[in-house]
Design a binder for this molecule. Structure first.
Ligand SMILES: *Cc1c(COP(=O)(O)O)cnc(C)c1O
Length: 450
């Protein structure tokens, strides 16, 4: 019985899979937040290097991974795949459960898979500094680490409430050489305006994005970087699914269902997109994105044009959205609290290619605890949504007496999130009702495009 399914360094994928040429349906244009007209590559140049802007819109199915990026990836990739024998036994399921483990990266999640190439392309374009935002700190620590590899400076605006609550993620960023400011800060006009009105403002991802974007726009040598949602980010993450397919070949298996948790969409896209291509070619494979019931973007949002950030400075995309000013409840899976979703994942949901499910946080922590007590790895609260999805599929297989092969993405470990587990064991975690009124209010503020 094989448990770890490993690839050698020389089996590292040499190209990313770009799903754009294989997308079903019409791709919507990205809209400029000021003019409400489609954006041009020139509009985006103050924010991103041209190589990434080209990837955002590329018609090429395969894009070479630069050698310098592969050399950094070798520090932790190829990542392992596991067959969850212990979990299967505990569930008494006839299903086979496999998981791809992205917690082996230095930052502890899948996010360095895009942070490293983003830092590389910025370095090549002459960028001196990257400005970005972070909520709970997973993205901030990943981009800080990546900037170190290519000699870039890094400024991170960290949502103030997390800056206070998650001091170790701040320490990781500083250890990797980044300058970290609690947001709202007095470093930007956006931050100062909020502090003038409300000196105790605890911040939000939307505000932090506005600060980082302003920083990049007002400094010639500085560019902005985003850790999820965008097409090029989803493409960088496909290295997960490409490796997974090779690993399943070793054990002669193929999944009936592929599962990922969904915040902005990048880790789900990374595992699932290479299987979407098979599905389009007639393979019978289901793709399932699992999100929190308290921030139910894919299951309860509308498919519409909306801003990427609260301050309406970021481009407008067509996506599933709860409205750019929707404030999700403070669940512990901080990485899943985004009002929007990847436009590519959204389109696949809209076209009926990807299935969605919303789950409550206590059910996710239950799943995470069972996982930690069987497979031993302590999952990130975000990843526990994928575990919940996988366990429910396995229990259904048991009920139906059916064999089934399940593959899910264990997007990160929870070592820096032990406060969330403490809260769970102290019975301090609550489930939130679907915030219908807040979503309705927020959806009345969508921009009028087209
Ligand atoms: C950030 C994060 C997520 C959510 O982001 P996606 O872009 O939806 O993948 C999920 N899991 C972990 C461990 C994260 O750090």
């Amino acid at each position: 019985m094989q448990t770890k399914i490993l690839l050698n360094e020389d089996q590292l994928p040499k190209q990313w899979y770009n799903i754009i040429p294989d997308m079903p349906g019409e791709m919507a244009p990205v809209i400029h937040p000021g003019t409400l007209q489609p954006v041009t590559p020139d509009d985006l140049l103050p924010l991103f290097p041209m190589a990434l802007i080209e990837q955002e819109m590329s018609p090429n199915r395969w894009i070479d991974i630069p050698q310098e990026v592969l050399e950094v990836f070798k520090l932790w990739r190829p990542s392992p795949m596991f067959r969850a024998h212990q979990l299967e036994k505990a569930l008494g399921t006839p299903a086979k459960i496999y998981y791809k483990y992205e917690g082996v990266s230095p930052a502890g999640s899948h996010k360095p898979n895009t942070a490293v190439p983003q830092a590389y392309y910025n370095k090549m374009a002459g960028t001196k500094r990257i400005a970005s935002e972070t909520g709970a700190g997973q993205w901030g620590s990943s981009i800080a680490m990546a900037c170190q590899h290519f000699g870039l400076e890094c400024t991170v605006y960290m949502v103030k409430v997390s800056y206070g609550q998650k001091p170790y993620r701040k320490s990781m960023m500083q250890l990797w050489g980044a300058e970290v400011f609690p947001s709202p800060s007095d470093k930007t006009n956006a931050g100062r305006a909020i502090l003038a009105k409300d000196p105790d403002n605890q911040g939000s991802l939307g505000i932090a994005i506005s600060e980082a974007v302003e920083d990049a726009m007002t400094h010639e040598d500085t560019r902005y970087s985003l850790g999820s949602v965008l097409n090029h980010v989803c493409m960088h993450q496909t290295i997960i699914g490409l490796e997974a397919k090779e690993q399943l070949k070793i054990v002669g298996d193929y999944p009936d269902v592929v599962i990922g948790c969904h915040g902005g969409g990048s880790n789900f896209a990374g595992l699932a997109f290479p299987f979407v291509a098979d599905k389009a070619n007639g393979k019978d494979v289901r793709l399932l994105a699992v999100e929190p019931a308290s921030c139910p973007t894919l299951t309860k949002g509308v498919y519409a044009f909306d801003y990427g950030d609260t301050a309406k400075m970021a481009p407008i995309s067509r996506m599933y959205t709860l409205g750019h000013d929707f404030m999700p409840p403070g669940i512990h899976a901080g990485g899943l609290r985004y009002h929007g979703a990847s436009p590519l994942v959204s389109q696949l949901v809209h076209e009926g290619v990807v299935e969605t499910r919303a789950v409550q946080q206590t059910a996710c922590f239950e799943a995470a605890v069972l996982f930690a007590r069987t497979e031993s790895i302590i999952p990130a609260p975000e990843s526990s949504h994928a575990i919940r999805g996988a366990i429910d599929e396995a229990l259904l297989a048991k009920e139906e007496g059916k064999e089934k092969t399940i593959l899910f993405n264990l997007s990160g470990h929870g070592h820096v999130d032990m406060a969330a587990y403490d809260a769970y064991f102290n019975n301090e975690l609550e489930d939130y009702e679907y915030p219908e009124a807040a979503i309705k209010e927020s959806l009345s503020h969508l921009p009028k495009v087209g």
